[in-house]
Ligand binder design. Structure first.
Ligand code: HAM
Length: 432
């Protein structure tokens, strides 16, 4: 006898999204899509994999993501490709390739792949909603991008969010800061954490991101990016923060916010949820990247955007308000049709109801009345429609309120010709 094949499961750090939670996903993505359109963004879809150079040049070969986390592979034609670890570099590559008129406002929803140590809120495949604007350095754009994220969080019901902002300055300010940081770190090498004692010189900015106490102490005693900003960059940053204040988006400055990718210039920002555990509490982040288009072979073009993790948003919603979260993921349908005459009636009735805008479902396989009623309860439907031989003969249908507690008034017989109106009325009543 041949052995049964071993059961296969999703790879470590990935997860399947099944209907018990995918409804919440649909709602988040639907809300974001609506809002992005209100803000004047168009959807952009790019391939899930790119020439590895897009990311090496984009996010920086020395970034942790490029060095340790990228899924790089050779295809059958010998090309070196990488699965997208984030959304920005691909969108900018598409901008450079197609040269659309500017400002170009793109929104996206995409999986992103990073070989991280999996834990709650940190996955090897996560999903991001985001926007990018190319072709303008106007600080009002930074404000719009940040405001879109903020209003989106408000709309989906998150309230325990804090916005942190900073400016890295343009290339020269940034370079001047890196020089003084480098000199500070070289005198403190032996006081850094094990990893950064060895690797700090490759990219000193990474030390600022380090969560280890040793590195924090060294960084606190070192130079601040705030002091390295030229007048123009300081004014740009002031316009951004003034703009946020003008529309009532609260912000706080965090001079240590340098973010993990090398493409950032000037504005950087991050949204953290106070309802989430410290290490994985960022529900979104972004900033300006005024040199990225050029780094990818295009004309000098300023850009700014943000990305927000769908899994993190759902974790934050659940942590803040589990009742609201349950409602968000409620996938219940309106009507369940129970047909004990063979199934043909359920076919007709479901078709009629769906054409009239109701969410309707039914049982299959000629199940018994009892089994179909159980399925109706399980479906979460508000009402069941029952058709047996007697109803069929008389041209009627029994309508049953599945959520009513008063057994006496639970169901009634109605004429089949009135079905759509009766269902509409019953659903409205059960919602009140
Ligand atoms: P990021 O901060 O690396 O930025 O990722 C954006 C968001 O994706 C994070 O704030 C977090 O919510 C979520 N996220 C990141 N990594 C994981 C993970 N392993 N598991 C679960 N969620 C995760 C970017 O990716 C930039 N492209 C954002 C941007 C757009 N900058 C400019 N434009």
């Amino acid at each position: 006898m041949s052995e049964q094949p071993k059961q296969l499961v999703a790879p470590t750090g990935t997860h399947d999204v099944l209907p018990d939670s995918s409804r919440a996903w649909e709602r988040l993505v639907g809300t974001f899509s609506e809002m992005a359109h209100q803000w004047g963004f168009g959807l952009v879809l790019t391939p899930m994999f790119e020439d590895v150079a897009v990311f090496n040049r984009g996010i920086g070969e020395e970034s942790d993501v490029a060095r340790k986390e990228m899924y790089v592979f050779e295809d059958r034609g010998g090309r070196t490709l990488a699965l997208r670890p984030e959304g920005t570099a691909s969108v900018v590559r598409a901008f450079v390739q197609h040269q659309p008129t500017t400002p170009w406002k793109a929104w996206y929803v995409t999986p992103a792949f990073r070989y991280e140590r999996p834990q709650a809120g940190r996955y090897r495949q996560h999903h991001q909603l985001g926007v990018e604007v190319l072709g303008t350095e106007d600080p009002f754009v930074d404000v719009e991008v940040i405001a879109l994220a903020w209003r989106f969080f408000e709309t989906i019901g998150l309230s325990q969010i804090r916005l942190m902002v900073n400016s890295m300055g343009h290339a020269e300010c940034r370079e001047a800061f890196v020089v003084s940081l480098r000199s500070h770190l070289s005198s403190q090498e032996s006081n850094l954490c094990d990893e950064h004692a060895k690797s700090w010189s490759g990219n000193p900015l990474r030390v600022i991101d380090c969560k280890k106490r040793e590195c924090r102490t060294v960084v606190d005693a070192g130079p601040s990016i705030a002091d390295a900003l030229c007048e123009e960059c300081a004014t740009h940053f002031k316009h951004v923060t003034d703009g946020l204040t003008a529309i009532g988006v609260p912000w706080e400055r965090n001079v240590k916010l340098v973010r993990g990718f090398d493409y950032y210039t000037r504005t950087t920002f991050e949204f953290v949820s106070d309802a989430l555990d410290g290490a994985q509490n960022a529900v979104g982040g972004g900033g300006r990247y005024d040199q990225l288009a050029e780094d990818l072979g295009g004309k000098p073009t300023a850009g700014v955007g943000f990305g927000s993790g769908i899994e993190r948003l759902l974790l934050a919603l659940q942590a803040e308000d589990s009742l609201r979260f349950e409602k968000l993921r409620d996938a219940s349908i309106d009507v369940f049709v129970v047909d004990t005459t063979g199934g043909q009636e359920a076919l007709q009735i479901c078709d009629l109801l769906r054409r009239n805008g109701f969410a309707a479902d039914r049982a299959f396989d000629g199940r018994s009345m009892k089994s179909q009623l159980k399925a109706a309860d399980r479906s979460g439907a508000r009402i069941a429609l029952l058709v047996g031989p007697q109803e069929l003969e008389a041209g009627t249908i029994t309508i049953r309120d599945l959520r009513a507690t008063d057994e006496g008034n639970r169901q009634k017989l109605v004429p089949r010709s009135e079905l759509v109106n009766v269902v509409r009325e019953a659903i409205e009543t059960s919602m009140n």
